[in-house]
Each structure stands twice: as structure tokens, then as C-alpha cells.
Write a protein that binds this ligand. Structure first.
Ligand code: AQP
Length: 328
């Protein structure tokens, strides 16, 4: 039994990449582990957000977590800003970090590129992420491959604090799935699929209607070899579709490659689209039932209360180790 924590930003509707790379594993890991899942709204505001939009996205994400299979009887589901310990330990983690290591983060470099005024929160995103994880004495963090560097920093900060003050934090391990850890853009398959991609054809959102999913997959960029085979470097588009197909159908990539020998990309794409629709449709149906229910608020209230009870203990130990506040 492992202690598990992960989060998703309510920056828009989760993508197929968020689902296959992370959220899908959240559901599997619920069995036999202590899982805590979070809507990381304080992370979302590291770039400007429209207040009405983010309110809507928080509720959508909560309903989607449940629709994807998060069971509040097995897991804690809560909103980051409703447990103030995250911001409090986030500050302590900022004081544990060095500017140089934060400036070296790839996500910071990508997201600040070309900006005249860079929000300080973009730089201090990783210490806040470290706080999220460390508050719950987390052992395992299911994330996509893009979070590997932030996970290494989280481990460094925890070790640095433990060595300097007291053994307060468990050192967490990332759980990066062997397939699906990096679902790529449908239009530029050497770039990860992202919520914020300005090309709407590049990203499948988990609430996209069936016809949009089919259209996006049919127009996915491939190559002119006309052979379905897996080669991430030479055939990034087809390899990405094979990963998506494999995860949505439960068939191995090898079995799919064998099944599509001698068949064209048209037929292959039709079947990929069918598998994606088959995966997302039941989630969308459950989402439609949950989104208006008062049950959602009850689950989030209870989740925040349960998360706070755990988080406040770690925060108390951390402050005591630092000698701040009054802790005996
Ligand atoms: N393309 C992806 N393939 C696999 N996993 C992915 N994740 C994100 N994109 C992919 C994983 O999803 C989890 C939640 O991500 P997030 O909400 O924290 O935001 P993000 O990583 O910044 O995702 P986006 O879609 O790229 O958002 P924007 O465009 O707003 O930056 C994480 O575990 C992540 O690894």
C-alpha cells in the first residue's frame, strides 16, 4: 500500500494526453493504495486566468475526475486553494530553493519565452508542486513524462530540508507509465499534446463531441510511407496514434502493427477514432449526470477536510523544524 498524490490544473478541459498520461492511472492506482487527487487551481493562476472561466473549469474538472472513475470512498479529491497548507508550505519550499535551479526548469523556460513581464509564479511553480506532494508524505506520484524534472527537484528540496533541519519529508518517486507518458500533438507530433495549444486541431479534449474527435484524428499529421509501424523518430505521427490506439483499446502496439499490415492510413485512423470515442463517451455520459449534482460539492467539502487533517500535521512538523511560530 503506497501513499499517492497527484494533481491536474483547471486551466481548461483535460486533454486526451492528461487522461492517458496521468488521470487514467489515478483510477487504477486507487485499488490497494492511499490516494489523494487535487485540482491545482493555485498552479493554474501562474498564468493569467479569467475568474469566471476558472470557476467553471474547477467544477468541470471535479466532475471529470469522478466520471473517469475516481471513487471518493477510496480516494480523497479536493481543491488546492481550499487547503491553505499548500500555499504555506509552498512559501517554505521557495525559501528552500535556489534561483538557479528554478531558472533551469524546462517548463519555466518554455512558458516565459518571449514574455516581457514574466509572472514570478511561473518561476516558483515547482516549489509549490513540491509542497503539494510533500504535505501528504507521498511515496508515489503518477505524472506524465513532462513532469520528470519537477519531480527530481521535489526530491532534491525534500532531501535538502531533511538534511538541514529534521527528517520531516518522505522522498517521493515519480510513476511515469511505460506507454502514454507523452501523448503528442496531432498536428506537430514532436511536441506534446497541450491544453493551451492555439491550433485546436492539435488537441483532443476529453469532452469533445464524437464528430470533432473523428475529424481531429482524420486530419492528424502522419507521413507518406503508408506503412503502420512504430518508430518515434522516423514516424512520430503514426507512433503517437499507435500509443493512443493501444491505450484506448487495451491491445498492445505490436498486436496493432501486425493487424494493420497492408492496410492504409485511412482505415487505421478510422479505427483509432472509434477506440478514442469508445473510451471517452462513457466518461462524457457520467460527466453529464454529475456536473449539476450537489453531490459534487459534498465530495469536495469532505475531500478538503480530510486533506487538511493530514496536511496540517506535516506543516506543523516543518514549522517546528524551522523554529518558526510557536510549536512545542
Ligand atoms: N501530452 C501529455 N501526455 C501525457 N501526459 C500529459 N500530461 C500533460 N500533458 C500530457 C500530464 O497530465 C497531468 C496534468 O497536467 P496539468 O494539468 O498539470 O498541466 P500540463 O502538464 O501543463 O498540461 P498541458 O495540457 O500541457 O497544459 P498547459 O497547456 O496549460 O500547459 C500531469 O501529470 C502531466 O504530466
Amino acid at each position: 500500500m503506497a501513499k499517492i498524490f497527484s494533481g491536474v490544473q483547471p486551466t481548461s478541459i483535460p486533454t486526451l494526453g492528461n487522461y492517458l498520461g496521468a488521470m487514467h492511472n489515478f483510477v487504477t492506482l486507487q485499488e490497494g493504495n492511499d490516494c489523494i487527487y487535487c485540482i491545482v487551481d493555485e498552479h493554474a493562476i501562474t498564468v493569467p486566468q479569467d475568474p469566471k472561466e476558472i470557476q467553471k473549469n474547477i467544477r468541470n474538472l471535479a466532475a471529470l475526475y469522478l466520471a473517469m472513475g475516481i471513487d471518493p470512498k477510496k480516494s480523497i479529491l479536493f481543491i488546492q486553494s481550499e487547503v491553505p497548507c499548500h500555499a504555506q508550505l509552498g512559501w517554505i519550499m521557495q525559501c528552500t530553493s535556489y534561483m538557479g535551479e528554478l531558472e533551469r526548469m524546462t517548463q519555466f523556460k518554455d512558458k516565459s519565452k518571449g514574455k516581457k513581464a514574466i509572472p514570478a509564479g511561473l518561476l516558483t511553480y515547482p516549489p509549490l508542486m513540491a509542497a503539494d506532494i510533500l504535505l501528504y508524505q507521498t511515496e508515489l506520484v503518477p505524472v506524465g513524462a513532462d513532469q520528470k524534472q519537477h519531480m527530481e527537484l521535489t526530491r532534491d528540496l525534500a532531501e535538502r530540508f531533511n538534511n538541514k533541519y529534521d527528517d520531516v519529508f518522505t522522498i517521493p518517486e515519480p510513476y511515469i507509465p511505460p506507454v502514454g507518458a507523452r501523448i503528442m500533438s496531432l498536428q506537430e507530433p514532436t511536441k506534446k499534446m497541450s491544453k493551451s495549444d492555439t491550433n485546436r486541431k492539435a488537441t483532443i479534449f476529453t469532452l469533445d463531441p464524437e464528430k470533432d474527435i473523428i475529424k481531429k484524428i482524420k486530419s492528424a499529421i502522419t507521413d507518406d510511407e503508408a506503412v503502420v509501424r512504430y518508430d518515434r523518430d522516423a514516424k512520430p505521427g503514426i507512433s503517437n496514434l499507435l500509443d493512443i490506439f493501444s491505450l484506448c483499446s487495451g491491445r498492445s502496439v505490436d498486436a496493432l502493427v501486425a493487424a494493420y499490415q497492408g492496410k492504409g492510413y485511412g482505415e487505421f485512423k478510422t479505427d483509432v477514432a472509434e477506440a478514442v470515442v469508445g473510451t471517452l463517451k462513457p466518461i462524457q455520459e457520467r460527466y453529464a449526470q454529475l456536473i449539476e449534482s450537489s453531490e459534487l460539492d459534498r465530495i469536495l467539502d469532505e475531500g478538503a477536510e480530510r486533506a487538511y487533517a493530514i496536511a496540517k500535521e506535516t506543516l506543523r512538523k516543518t514549522e517546528k523544524a524551522l523554529g518558526i511560530g510557536r510549536h512545542n
